[in-house]
Design a protein around this ligand. Structure first.
Ligand code: FMN
Length: 476
């Protein structure tokens, strides 16, 4: 097929095409592609969709990026702040996630970074001028605002946000933002006084009302010597993750409407005010399960012993120290549809906790009498009333894994056991990977599944998927 030059088309056709493209939020070239594709599909005898020829039809390499290609396109607007240098890294982070990135630099941004850097990193032409004849022959500012899946503004300056909030369009960046019908993610960055200024507060509030999404700013040190406060731009990785989350199709939510209760981590059993009995559990597996259950749509309560892990997003986390506190927190968090006991709860505690620090007083070693802790898994699995319909225990064993886990399943009367070998050679305790066996009570039978070595995150996702698959058979 011959190459096509939109400029050479009849004025009436061009006008019709322009209106159609604007209605559909596409560039004129993309609109032509779409029309031709539709025509090709409707006419089986017609030539195959002419995408190849059309790709070459007087388009710059940037404009020829195929619509609907595997790489969603992001228009990245870089504002004039010190944090602009971080946006050069953001280009790479977005590309790592499979996005095609088209950069727009404000005049002020070019005082901090050059179009050449942005272009070299994005492998795309960079746009800086509203009145650029090369890109404005078909209203390039409209195209930049619409021919993308998302617009990211990083850094979003106070000035740019003020323009957005008030509908200004006197440069390329603000015109794109005003003409866009795509979601917009702002990563503000500015001096804390600017951020807290009532004018900025008003503008931000207006933008949030307008449906614009924000990430940050966060608290930290400013470039200005000696200043700190809220105003630092989110890190490029965080911005890329937020962009990804905005564009990712909504994940299936098989556990929507379910309350999942999870315990994780070790317990600390006090000996005196400064000493305690502990174990090597890191809590990573339980935290990963909480995050996976939350991602699957569940409302999640995570009761965690002392661990160095951050609260998973969207999860209600209750931090406890000792086994008895953990049991009390579990009972207070019921009812639950699914209870997963991944915590490594101490079996014993010291009978008499010293009120003061034990001293070496020359009378020999203090006699530490141990007493048994409550068995949280058995207590909940054997409740007469309010037993969660699915109770899952964890068995951490250093030998005879399956035998011990099977015995535990019978003894505690839970429904499933996730058995893992925690002997030192496996590196499971504190490590990031796990090899588990899932034991499932099925009437009088116990079914066994041996899972391959996986990252703890993967084990969590697989377990949640397994629960989602089985959900109908144990509904409350
Ligand atoms: C050295 C320097 C650093 C600046 N840093 C910021 C900043 O971090 N955030 C901000 O909102 N404005 C900052 N400004 C002010 C903006 O550059 C100025 O408001 C400019 O008009 C913004 O234009 P733009 O929004 O079109 O990029 C800075 C100015 C200078 C001279």
């Amino acid at each position: 097929m011959a190459n096509l030059t939109i400029r050479k088309l009849d004025e009436a056709i061009k006008s019709e095409l322009r209106q159609r493209a604007a209605r559909n939020g596409r560039s004129m070239e993309d609109e032509v592609r779409s029309i031709l594709r539709e025509a090709a599909l409707q006419s089986p005898s017609a030539e195959p969709a002419p995408s190849d020829e059309l790709e070459r039809a007087e388009l710059t390499p940037t404009e020829s990026a195929a619509p609907g290609s595997a790489s969603p396109r992001i228009t990245l607007i870089v504002g004039g702040g010190i944090a602009a240098y971080k946006s050069m890294d953001l280009i790479r982070r977005l590309k790592e996630r499979g996005f095609e990135v088209r950069c727009v630099l404000t005049a002020a941004a070019q005082q901090f970074v050059t179009p050449l850097t942005a272009s070299a990193l994005s492998h795309q032409r960079v746009y800086t001028d509203l009145f650029d004849p090369q890109s404005e022959f078909d209203a390039g500012h409209i195209r930049l605002g619409r021919d993308c899946a998302l617009i990211v503004v990083a850094p979003a300056t106070a000035d740019l946000m003020a323009k957005m909030a008030n509908g200004h369009a006197n440069d390329l960046a603000s015109a794109i933002l005003l003409a866009s019908n795509r979601p917009i993610l702002l990563a503000p960055a500015m001096n804390p006084m600017m951020w807290n200024n009532p004018a900025t507060r008003r503008n931000v509030a207006q933008l949030v009302r307008d449906g614009v999404k924000l990430i940050g700013p966060f608290a930290g040190e400013m470039a200005e010597a000696g200043e700190a406060g809220v105003g630092r731009m989110a890190e490029p990785l965080q911005i890329a993750a937020a962009a990804d989350a905005l564009l990712r199709p909504a994940a299936p939510q098989p556990l929507a409407g379910k309350h999942v209760l999870i315990t994780a981590g070790p317990t600390h059993e006090p000996i005196d005010p400064v000493r305690y009995i502990a174990n090597r559990s890191s809590g990573k597996q339980g935290f990963a399960i909480a995050a996976a259950a939350q991602a699957a749509g569940a409302s999640v309560t995570l009761i965690a012993g002392p661990v160095e892990l951050r609260d998973p997003q969207g999860v209600r986390v209750i931090r406890v120290e000792a086994a008895r506190d953990m049991l009390a927190a579990v009972e207070a968090a019921l009812p639950a549809d699914i209870a997963i006991f991944a915590a490594a709860v101490a079996d014993w505690r010291v009978a008499e906790q010293g009120g003061q620090k034990l001293k070496k007083d020359g009378n020999g070693v203090p006699p530490l009498q141990l007493v048994e802790n409550p068995d949280i898994l058995a207590t909940i699995a054997q409740r007469q009333h309010g037993r969660p319909p699915l109770v899952i225990g964890f068995a951490a064993e250093t030998e005879h894994l399956i035998d011990h886990a099977t015995a535990k399943l019978q003894r505690k009367r839970c429904d499933w056991i996730v058995a893992n070998d925690v002997s030192p050679a496996t590196g499971v305790m504190g490590g990031d990977r796990n090899t588990v066996h899932l034991l499932i009570r099925d009437g009088d039978q116990i079914r066994q599944e041996a899972w391959p070595l996986m990252a703890k995150d993967e084990v969590a996702t697989a377990l949640v998927q397994r629960i989602a698959d089985a959900i109908g058979s144990f509904a409350a």
